[in-house]
Design a protein. Structure first.
Length: 830
C-alpha cells in the first residue's frame, strides 16, 4: 500500500502510521484545485498487521526527540531533547531523513515550564532552548524500521550551511556560529563544524576551523584537527584586541575552569600573536606560543582579566621590544591593561625620546629574574640581576625601573655613565636629568667633583646644586697626588662659566697628597681653588720621617699653594734644622705652604717657641734649603735652647739655617753663646775659678755685621766684638768652638784686642782659652803681639802667652817696654 502526501492544517506533522491509515480510509478524495506534484520517494516502514508501508510527506515536518522517565508520582514524563522543524522530507542514504529549510532546537535538561498533557498519564515539559540551528538542508539518521530520528552517537546529524544561535551562552546575549557543515550529536547535545567557522558575540569574534560546541557545558573547542585561528575582542571601553594562532583553542565557561571568569585558551605550534589596541595606554603586539586568557562578559563587551602567556614570548611596539619566556598579563576593570610580567631571563630595547617626543637613542636592558611593564605608569620593571644601558650609561641592580627615559634601581646597584660610576643600595631619578643615591654608596664621579665618592645620600643635578647628606668620603687624583675629603654634608654644582663648585660642612677631613686637614667648612672651585675654615683648621703634612703640623682659622689652596690665615701655626721638629731636638712651634699673622716643595712662609709678627725660640717679621722654611728668618726693622732672634753641646741666642737682620744646622747671620749679627755651667770631668770650684780668673760669665756675646755658626762653633765678621762679664774683645773676625773644658776657645782675628782686669792684649790673633786659663796673643811682622798689664807693665813680642792661674807671662822674642825698656823677656811673673 502506498500513501500519498497528506496535508495537516498546514503543519505537515506526521503522526503514527495507524492514524494515517484510519484517516486514509475515512477520507474521500475530492477535486484538488492545486496542480499535481511530481512523485517523490517515500519512507518505507513495517507496521504491525499492515505490513510494509511507504509514506511520502510533503510540506512542513516537525519531529520531537524525547527522553522518557517516571516522575515521583509514577507518571511517565517526556523531556524534549531535540525538536526538528523542516520542509519536504525525503529519504536519504543509510536510512536517513533529508529536510530542506530546517530549524533544529536543542533543549536543556532542567524544566522551566510544563505544557498541557496529551494524555492523563503523560506530562510534556517545554524547556528553554540550548541552541537553535537554521540550516539550508539537514541529513538526519532514522532508527531502523521507524520514522524516528536516531540519536546514535556513531551517526551524527549533518546540517548544511547552518546558522547556529546559542541563546544566553554568554549571559543575556546570544552567540552565533556559522560554518559550511555542522555535525550534531543529539544525544550529547554536541555540535561540530569541521570546516571554517565564525563564532560571534557582541564584543567577541573567532574565526577558524573545526569547532566543537558542547551545548550542555556551554563550551567551545576549535582547531583540534586543523589549526589557524583568528580572533578579535572588544573591551567595555571600546578598545579592540586582535590575534592569530597556527593552532586551535577553546572558550570555556567558569564552571569548567573552576574560576570566576570565562577562559579563552589558545595554544600554538610556531605562531601566536595578540595585538593590543592602538588607542590604549599600551600599544604593541605580543608574540608567544599560546596563552590562556580569563574574560569577564560585561554589557558593553568583554573585559580581559588575566592571561597566562606561554613562552618563549616577545613584545614588539613602536618604542619597546621585550624578549622573554612565559608571561602574565593583568587588567584593571575599566582601566585597561594593569601589568604585563615576564619570567626571566629577558632582554629588550627601548627607544629614548626627548620631551618634544623626538627619538634620541636606544637603551638596552636584560634581567635574569624577569620584567614587568605597567602601562598606567609607563614603567618597565626589571628584576633579578637586571642590567640597563643607553645614552646616559649603564646600570645593574637587583631591581631596575625604567620610566620615560629615567632609571631607578634597587638592591646592590652598579652604575656607570657620563656622570660617573659606582655602587649603591638605591638609585633614583631626579628632575632635569638628575639622580639620587642612597647608601651605603660608592661612586666614581665624572661630573661635579671628579673622583670616588662614598656616601649614604647623594642627590646629583647637572644644572642645579647636588647634595650629599648623612656623611660622605670623596677621593680623587690630581697631578699624580691623591685627594680625599670626608664629612657630614657636601653640595656641588656648576657655575655659569662651567666651573665646578663644591661646598662641604661638618667634621671635615681633607687630604691632599701627604697633607691632611680637619675643618668645619670647605669651598672648592674647579681643580685649583679650595678654602677650608674652622676654629681652627688643623693640618698635618707627613713626608718620610718629617712631620709638619699646621693650624689656622682659614686655609686656602690655590693650585699647589696653601694660604694660612687667621693665627696660623706650624709645628716641626728642630732636628729638621739640624740645631736641636724636640718640637718647635711657629706662629705668625699669616702664612703659606707650597704643596710640591713643602716650603713654608710666615709673615707678620713671627714667633718661634718650643725646642727653639725666636721672633721676626718673616720666616721661610724649605726642607731642601732650611730656615730663613728676617726682620724688616731691627733684628730677628733665634735661640737654640738647651743642647748637648752648645746653646746659642742669635740676633740679626737675617738669620738663615741650612738643613745641616749651619747658620748664617747678616745685618748686625749677634751670637750669644751659653757655656755649660759644669764642664765635663771638672768640679764646680774649678769652673768658678776659671770664670773668676777670666772675669767672664757663662754667657758670651759675639757681635758683628755677619755671623755664622755650626755644631759647637761659630764666628762673627766685619767689626766683630766679644763681651762676657768684664771681658771685652774686638777684631775683624771673632770665632769660637767647644762648649767647655780644653776644647773651649775664642779666636779674635785681624787687629784683635781683648780687655781684661789683668790688662789689655792686642795683636793680629788673640786666643782666649778658658780651659787652660790663659790668653795667647800673636803678632805679625808688622803688627807685634802686645799685652799691657794692669800694673803698668807692657810686653811686646812675636807672641805672648798669659797664664792667668799662675800669673806668668811668656813671650817669643818678647821684651818689656814699660815702665822701662829691658832685655828680652821669656818668662816673667805678673
Amino acid at each position: 500500500m502506498v500513501m500519498r502526501p497528506w496535508r495537516f492544517a498546514g503543519s505537515g506533522m506526521l503522526t503514527v502510521a495507524v492514524s494515517a491509515l484510519v484517516l486514509n480510509a475515512l477520507w474521500q478524495p475530492t477535486a484538488d484545485p492545486r496542480p499535481a506534484l511530481p512523485a517523490q520517494p517515500g519512507f518505507r516502514q513495517k507496521l504491525a498487521r499492515l505490513g510494509e508501508v511507504e509514506t511520502v510527506i510533503e510540506g512542513r515536518l516537525v519531529l520531537w526527540s524525547h527522553d522518557r522517565e517516571k516522575n515521583a508520582g509514577g507518571k511517565t514524563q517526556f523531556r524534549p531533547v531535540v525538536k526538528i522543524d523542516g520542509w519536504d522530507p525525503i529519504p536519504g542514504e543509510d536510512r536517513s531523513l533529508i529536510l530542506d529549510r530546517t530549524r533544529i532546537t536543542g533543549f536543556r535538561k532542567d524544566p522551566e515550564s510544563v505544557e498541557p498533557p496529551t494524555a492523563p498519564e503523560v506530562e510534556v515539559h517545554s524547556l528553554p532552548p540550548l541552541y537553535e540551528v537554521v540550516a539550508k538542508e539537514a541529513h538526519i539518521p532514522l532508527e531502523a524500521e521507524k520514522l524516528r530520528a536516531s540519536r546514535d552517537e556513531s551517526r551524527p546529524w549533518e546540517l548544511l550551511q547552518p546558522d547556529v544561535k546559542l541563546p544566553a551562552f554568554f549571559g543575556r546575549e546570544d552567540a552565533r556560529l556559522t560554518t559550511s557543515t555542522l555535525l550534531l550529536n543529539a544525544s550529547r547535545q554536541f555540535l561540530r563544524g569541521p570546516e571554517a567557522f565564525q563564532l560571534t558575540n557582541p564584543g567577541l569574534e573567532v574565526h577558524g576551523f573545526d569547532i566543537q560546541v558542547d551545548a550542555l557545558q556551554q563550551s567551545f573547542r576549535f582547531g583540534e584537527q586543523r589549526g589557524q585561528t583568528k580572533w578579535q575582542l572588544t573591551d567595555p571601553n571600546g578598545e579592540l584586541y586582535t590575534g592569530e594562532s597556527d593552532s586551535g583553542g577553546s572558550l570555556l565557561p567558569p564552571e569548567q575552569t573552576q574560576a570566576e571568569h570565562y577562559r579563552f585558551e589558545v595554544p600554538a605550534k610556531e605562531l601566536c600573536w595578540l595585538k593590543f589596541p592602538e588607542t590604549a595606554d599600551i600599544t604593541g603586539t605580543l608574540h608567544c606560543m599560546g596563552f590562556s586568557l580569563d574574560l569577564e562578559k560585561q554589557k558593553q563587551g568583554w573585559q580581559p582579566k588575566r592571561a597566562d602567556i606561554r613562552g618563549p614570548s616577545r613584545w614588539l611596539a613602536e618604542d619597546l621590544a621585550i624578549f622573554g619566556q612565559k608571561a602574565e598579563a593583568e587588567w584593571s576593570t575599566h582601566q585597561g591593561l594593569k601589568s604585563l610580567r615576564w619570567t626571566g631571563p629577558i632582554r629588550g630595547f627601548q627607544r629614548q625620546r626627548n620631551p618634544q617626543g623626538e627619538a634620541i637613542g636606544i637603551q638596552w636592558f636584560r634581567a635574569d629574574g624577569g620584567a614587568e611593564y605597567r602601562p598606567e605608569e609607563d614603567q618597565l620593571l626589571l628584576f633579578g640581576r637586571a642590567q640597563q644601558g643607553g645614552l646616559g650609561g649603564a646600570n645593574e641592580a637587583e631591581v631596575v625601573h625604567l620610566n620615560q627615559g629615567q632609571v631607578k634601581a634597587r638592591g646592590q646597584v652598579f652604575f656607570s655613565g657620563e656622570e660617573g660610576s659606582g655602587t649603591s643600595v638605591a638609585l633614583d631619578p631626579l628632575p632635569a636629568d638628575g639622580w639620587a643615591l642612597q647608601g651605603p654608596a660608592l661612586a666614581t664621579t665624572g661630573l661635579g667633583p671628579k673622583g670616588t665618592l662614598a656616601t649614604t645620600s647623594l642627590h646629583y643635578r647637572p644644572s642645579d646644586t647636588s647634595r650629599l647628606r648623612q656623611g660622605f668620603h670623596f677621593q680623587s687624583l690630581k697631578a699624580g697626588q691623591s685627594i680625599s675629603l670626608q664629612g657630614r654634608e657636601l653640595d656641588f654644582s656648576e657655575t655659569d662659566t662651567g666651573l665646578q663648585r663644591m661646598n662641604a660642612r661638618e667634621q671635615l677631613i681633607f687630604q691632599h697628597g701627604s697633607s691632611r686637614f680637619e675643618a668645619e667648612t670647605l669651598l672648592a672651585l674647579g681643580d685649583d681653588f679650595t678654602e677650608l675654615r674652622g676654629r681652627p683648621v688643623i693640618g698635618k703634612v707627613v713626608e718620610q720621617d718629617r712631620v709638619l703640623d699646621l693650624q689656622a682659622n682659614q686655609v686656602t689652596q690655590q693650585k699647589d699653594l696653601f694660604l694660612l690665615e687667621g693665627s696660623p701655626q706650624v709645628g716641626l721638629d728642630a732636628s729638621m734644622l739640624g740645631i736641636g731636638e724636640g718640637r718647635m712651634i711657629l706662629n705668625a699673622g699669616m702664612g703659606r705652604m707650597n704643596q710640591q716643595t713643602r716650603e713654608i712662609q710666615l709673615n707678620r709678627n713671627v714667633k718661634i717657641s718650643g725646642a727653639i725660640q725666636g721672633s721676626g717679621d718673616k720666616l721661610i722654611w724649605n726642607p731642601e734649603t732650611g730656615l730663613l728668618l728676617q726682620a724688616r726693622l731691627g733684628q730677628c732672634q733665634l735661640s737654640t735652647g738647651s743642647h748637648r753641646e752648645t746653646a746659642v741666642n742669635l740676633r740679626a737682620g737675617t738669620i738663615q739655617v741650612d738643613p745641616e744646622g749651619r747658620t748664617q747671620l747678616e745685618e748686625d749679627a749677634s751670637i750669644v753663646v751659653h757655656l755649660q755651667e759644669k764642664p765635663d770631668n771638672s768640679e764646680p770650684e774649678a769652673q768658678e775659678s776659671t770664670q773668676d780668673l777670666l772675669e767672664f760669665s757663662s754667657k758670651v756675646e759675639l757681635t758683628g755685621q755677619e755671623g755664622e755658626i755650626s755644631a759647637g762653633q761659630g764666628e762673627v765678621r766685619k767689626g766683630a766684638e766679644l763681651t762676657s762679664g768684664k771681658l771685652k774683645g774686638k777684631a775683624k773676625t771673632i770665632s769660637w768652638k767647644g762648649s767647655s773644658g780644653p776644647e773651649l776657645q775664642f779666636h779674635l782675628s785681624q787687629r784683635a784686642s781683648l780687655t781684661t782686669s789683668f790688662g789689655e792684649a792686642r795683636g793680629e790673633e788673640i786666643y782666649l782659652l778658658p780651659g787652660t786659663k790663659s790668653i795667647r796673643v800673636e803678632g805679625t811682622k808688622n803688627v807685634p803681639a802686645i799685652f799691657e798689664a794692669q800694673s803698668g807693665r807692657r810686653y811686646e813680642g812675636d807672641w805672648i802667652q798669659v797664664d792667668l792661674e799662675n800669673r806668668l807671662v811668656s813671650a817669643g822674642k818678647g821684651q818689656l817696654l814699660s815702665p822701662s825698656p829691658s832685655a828680652q823677656v821669656e818668662d816673667e811673673s805678673l
